[in-house]
Each structure stands twice: as C-alpha cells, then as structure tokens.
Design a protein around this ligand. Structure first.
Ligand code: ATP
Ligand code: MG
Ligand code: FE
Length: 337
C-alpha cells in the first residue's frame, strides 16, 4: 500500500510517500519561515501564494525521490483541516486534481491525527494509548483505544503551548518561530522567576497558558518601567519549567487513570528538549508504559505524518469525493473511523 500525502495547512508545503502506514519512502518539506519571519508570524495570504508556487515542485520531488510515478500510488491523501483556509485549499485542490487525473482514491486527513500518527513512523502503536498533542494551535490529551479512533480528554481553554512560546519569544525580542529560541535560552538559564502554573479544577485534564504568558509579559514590562534588567535566560527557563511541569504532571495522571500501554508525544512543541527530557525521566519510573517520541523532523509540520494517518482511513475505505473542501475548524473526534 503506497499513499501519496500532501500537507499545506500552515506555512510548510509538504508531500510524502508512505508504505503500509509506517514506512517513509520519500518526504519533502518546503518551509516558508524566512518569508514570514519579518512579520513575526505567519501571514495567511503570503502562505497561500507560496503554497501555489511550491506544491507542484514539492510533489515532483517527492515522486522523484521515491523513483516512482503516479501509477505506483494507491491513494492520494491531503490535510483537509484544521488550518488556514487559503493554505489548506491549495493542498486540497492539488490532491483532487491528482486523484481525478490518475483515477486514484482521495483521502481527507485531520492535521492533528497526522501529528499523532507521526509516532507510527517511529514505533508500532499499542492500545489503549494516550497522546500529548502540543503544537502551534493545539494542546490536547487524546485517548485512543484503537487505530483511527480519537477521544479528547483534555484541551487548552485559551492559548496553545506553541502559541504561548511564540508570544513569550516576541516580548524577549526573539525571531519567529520563537519556540526553539526559548528552548535554547532555557537551557542556558535557571528557573529563578516565580511564575504561575494553571492546574485548573481538581481532576481536569484541560490546560490554560494565557495566565502564564501574561505573567511573563508583565515581568518584562514591570522591569522595563523600573529601569531594571531582566535575565532572558532565567525568564525563558522559568517559563519552560512552568509549561513542562503542567504538561508532564497531567500526562502522568491520565496515563495512570486510563491504564494506557503507550504514551505518544505529538506536535511542533514535541521538539522541545526540556519537555522531551522531562517525559523521558518521568516515564523511566513507569516501566510498563512505553513512551514514544518522534524524531525532530517529524514533530513540526510534514506530509509523512499525514500519509501515516491516511493509511488507517484507507484500510477502512474512508474515502473523500471530489466535493472535498478545506475545513479550518475540523473536529478530531468527528474524524474517527
Ligand atoms: P497546529 O499543528 O496546531 O495546527 P502548527 O501546525 O502551526 O499548529 P506545528 O508546526 O505543529 O504547529 O508546531 C509549530 C509550533 O511548535 C510553533 O509554535 C513553534 O514555536 C513550536 N516549536 C517548535 N520547536 C519548538 C521547541 N524546540 N520548543 C518549543 N516550541 C517549539
Ligand atoms: Mg509551521
Ligand atoms: Fe501542525
């Protein structure tokens, strides 16, 4: 089974060919970060234009890398949502054109299902499992009892983890995307600032990062007003300690409550060194639960993860038709097989 997958939900134009849902045959990512950097964030209109320019080139390169033609491909998969509508539409229309022209089945994939399935390219999944999804737009704990079935047991009530990283980076004058820069700074500092941790109601698996973000912004502004210097390394370390503490504590609690066999880390913030290290250390004390962390290149947006998630839909004959559209607010649970 060979699936050609396309991902254009945000600022990466990506395509990949995946064999049997777990093996990368080829994988191409064209990042637009340099074009968005000077604006301090992704500009939707610019993102769409780049996708239009890049998508055909990226698809050709993906087939070339694999030494394949469309005749070898069994299905065309594409991210249908969530994401920027104009960006999604480029991928959706490219996928529809390819599927129609070559008479292949078409599969619409939820972007977050993709982030979760990036783990299957590293390790076979064992159920029940729990996935901690931490990305630019999402922070969720997702329970899976079998392939393709998603149950969101907790999610952020305000900012996503990655969004908080990027906003905090902005007040520290770090370039976009700020996550990796905060991560680097955090390792050079000590968590000497006293910042809040939002645990929410007892037993809740929801998250909240806007209070923490505001606390960091206030710390910087208060210091500026008093003419004092902040120590960016220590502030970054304090912010990261707070984020990681909440994420890891809630993940461990859910792991025990739901008796899962595996815990998967997913999304762009899964690239965070502090988070990876804290999870490895916490799970070393729970040896009967397997912790899976994708390689760095599969944490941020790519199409290999979309192909891996599409494989399950393919196995269930869950095809889309030529009416497939972009769905910016697509719900993960609704896409369960
Ligand atoms: P979503 O997946 O929710 O639709 P997205 O696709 O824009 O959002 P991803 O590409 O999954 O988000 O992840 C990008 C986010 O990951 C950015 O917010 C970025 O700052 C963050 N990120 C990347 N590397 C790190 C890191 N090392 N530490 C913290 N955050 C990081
Ligand atoms: Mg991105
Ligand atoms: Fe993403």
């Amino acid at each position: 089974q060979l699936i050609l997958a396309i991902e254009t939900s945000c600022d990466e134009t990506a395509a990949s060919i995946i064999r049997n849902g777990n093996e990368i045959v080829s994988n191409v990512v064209a990042s637009q970060i340099d074009s968005h950097k000077r604006f301090g964030g992704v500009v939707p209109e610019i993102a769409s234009r780049h996708h239009v320019e890049q998508v055909t080139i990226v698809l050709q390169e993906t087939l070339e890398q694999a030494n394949m033609t469309m005749d070898d491909i069994d299905a065309v998969a594409v991210t249908e949502g969530p994401g920027l509508v104009g960006a999604l539409l480029i991928g959706v229309n490219a996928a529809k054109a390819l599927a129609f022209a070559h008479n292949k089945p078409l599969i619409g994939v939820h972007h977050i299902a993709g982030h979760i399935y990036a783990n299957r390219l590293e390790k076979e999944m064992t159920f029940p499992l729990l996935s901690l999804v931490v990305s630019g737009g999402h922070t969720e704990l997702v329970l899976m009892k079998e392939h393709g079935k998603f149950e969101v047991i907790g999610e952020t009530r305000d900012d996503a983890a990655g969004e908080a990283y990027d906003k905090v980076a902005r007040v520290l004058n770090l370039p976009y995307p700020g996550g990796p820069h905060i991560d680097r700074l955090a390792h050079e500092g000590t968590p000497s600032y006293n910042l809040p941790r939002a645990w929410l109601e007892e037993g809740s698996y929801d998250f909240s990062f806007s209070g923490l973000k505001s606390a960091v912004i206030n710390t910087v502004h208060n210091a500026t007003q008093k003419g004092e210097e902040i120590v960016p390394e220590n502030l970054a370390a304090s912010f990261q300690a707070s984020v990681v503490d909440v994420l890891v504590t809630k993940t461990i609690r859910a792991t025990k409550e739901y008796g899962v066999k595996q815990v998967l880390l997913a999304g762009g913030v899964a690239a965070n060194k502090g988070l990876r290290a804290a999870l490895v250390s916490a799970f070393s004390e729970i040896p009967d639960v397997e912790l899976v962390i994708p390689p760095l290149s599969l944490c941020t947006d790519n199409a290999a993860m979309i192909g891996a998630a599409a494989s399950v839909l393919f196995d269930h004959d869950k095809y889309a038709d030529m009416a497939l559209n972009a769905y910016p607010g697509l719900d993960l649970e609704d896409q369960s097989v």
